[in-house]
Structure formats: C-alpha cells, structure tokens
Design a protein around this ligand. Structure first.
Ligand SMILES: Nc1ncnc2c1ncn2[C@@H]1O[C@H](COP(=O)(O)OP(=O)(O)OP(=O)(O)O)[C@@H](O)[C@H]1O
Ligand SMILES: [Mg+2]
Length: 254
C-alpha cells in the first residue's frame, strides 16, 4: 500500500463572482479505489472534478499528486499525470472506426526505405485484446463509432484510458443517458477499471449505484463535504439524509 494518496484535494475553494461553489473541500483518492461524489444539484460536484481535471483553476487550496503539490494550467497538464475526465462520447470521432479511435494520435507506424505505413493488424489485435481485458466485447472493432451505443462508446474511452496508463479517471454522471442494461454494464466496467489499479471518481445522483460500485462515498452540500462513508458502514437512507441535509455533520461539529 502506498503511503501518500494518489491525489489529495486540500481545502479547495472556488468562487464564481458572488457564488461560492466550493467552500474548502478536502478529500483523498487512493489507487484502485472508487469514490462516489454525491450531492444535490448545485452542490459543487462538477466544479470539483473540473478543478481536479485541470479545466478550471481553484480560487484557493491545493492539489497533491502522490504527495507533491501540482498545479494544472489546462486539462493537458492533468492528463500528463494520467488524470482525465471521460465523457460519454465527446472525445471520440463518430465517423472513424473503433481501432482508429483507440489509437488516435498514438498510431503504430512502421517505416522502411523512407516510407511509413500504419500497423493496422497489430492495432486491431491490441484494441480487441484491451477491450476484452476489461470485459468488453464488441462484435467488430472495425465498426464506425457512430454505429455504437453510448455504453459501448464509454467502454472504448475507459479502455483506452486504462491501456495508455491512466491513473485517475473522473466520470460526471456517466449513466445519465444510459438504459438499465447499459448502466449495469457501465457499473461492471468501473469495477474492471478499478481492478486494474486505476482510481475512479464518479459523480452520480443514484445512491443505489454509489452503494453498488463505490468503496467510499463523499457527500457535498452547498460546496462543503457534509459526510464521508465507506460502503458497508452506511445505508441508502443515511446517504439520502446527508444529501438532503437532514443530517449535517459539518454543522453538528461546528
Ligand atoms: N461557470 C460558472 N459560472 C458561475 N457559476 C457557476 C459556474 N459553474 C458552476 N457555478 C455555480 O457553482 C455551483 C456548483 O455548481 P456545480 O455545477 O459544480 O454543481 P453540481 O453539484 O455539479 O450540480 P448538478 O448535480 O446539477 O450537476 C452552482 O451554484 C452553480 O451555479
Ligand atoms: Mg454537475
């Protein structure tokens, strides 16, 4: 077990003019852990993961990656450390096939006599093996992404993230547009990703999903952490109470 968390979020504050979206949020994320971030609309969940992903700066507070303070000027800085938000399909090219998307920008090329060509067969084999490695089977990795379902697209993105060395994946309501069967597959996918030692932060409004997949649940309310629970030490009702504010530990402690 490593000594420092993969990522420590320390006293993060984020203001938008007169609105304080985050009022001093601290939490730790460990490798191979699934952390669910819960809270009502406007609680600050998306703002927090945007800060972790480098797409917004905090007003104050620190991020420590493996014990070292880091500062992200853009998502590329976070990505360089293996921290990335995976959206359902925003980063895939619909009219390109699965293999092409998987290796986009990282194509395997063979060069000889000043000529270069793509190692298509090898990329195809690696893509299929990587997908199978996290429990996803697509009928045809040469199918264009536009012919695939939202759940299948998510699987490709997560798989690509794991294959190319991702460390912490951020998911903002990944099941919002998915049906029942696809959501179940999505939950299994998160478990598979975790099994590869990757850390996952997943925002969800669905307490049952959180209880099913998360090792820990952190509840935000009005920009503050109002409760943190391990799975097995809590119940559906208790998490709902924390979300709605019937129980507010930060206030009780104050
Ligand atoms: N770019 C912005 N400009 C101004 N205010 C913002 C901005 N982004 C977020 N906020 C405000 O910050 C607060 C937290 O918003 P955030 O999107 O983080 O909530 P959330 O927990 O993700 O909510 P939801 O469950 O509805 O997605 C809200 O009051 C929101 O209006
Ligand atoms: Mg949100």
């Amino acid at each position: 077990m490593s000594e420092a968390p993969l990522l420590r979020v320390e006293n993060i504050v984020r203001r938008f003019g007169a609105v304080t979206a985050l009022e001093g949020v601290s939490l730790d994320i460990w490798p191979g852990e699934v952390l669910a971030l819960l809270g009502d609309n406007g609680a600050g969940k998306s703002t927090l993961i945007k800060i972790i992903a480098g797409s917004q700066p905090p007003s104050s507070g620190r991020l420590l990656f493996e014990g070292r303070e880091v500062s992200f000027a853009s998502p590329a800085d976070a990505k360089a450390l293996g921290i990335e938000t995976v959206y359902q399909d925003l980063s895939l090219c619909p009219n390109v096939d699965v293999v092409g998307n998987f290796f986009m920008g990282r194509e395997l090329v063979r060069t000889a006599l000043g000529l270069a060509w793509l190692r298509e067969a090898e990329m195809e084999r690696i893509t299929a093996a990587a997908l199978a490695g996290i429990g996803t089977r697509l009928p045809n990795v040469r199918a264009k992404v536009e012919t695939l379902s939202g759940g299948q697209r998510q699987a490709i993105e997560l798989c690509r993230f794991v294959h190319f060395g991702g460390r912490l994946v951020l998911l903002d309501e990944p099941f919002a547009a998915l049906g029942v069967a696809q959501t179940r597959k999505g939950l299994e996918l998160i478990e598979a990703v975790k099994g590869r030692g990757v850390a996952v932060v997943v925002i969800t409004h669905n307490v049952l999903h959180a209880l099913r997949v998360a090792d820990r649940m952190v509840v935000l309310r009005q920009g503050r952490v109002v409760g943190e629970r391990r799975r097995g030490e809590t119940s559906h009702d208790e998490i709902v109470e924390l979300i709605t504010g019937t129980t507010d530990e930060s206030r009780e402690a104050a």
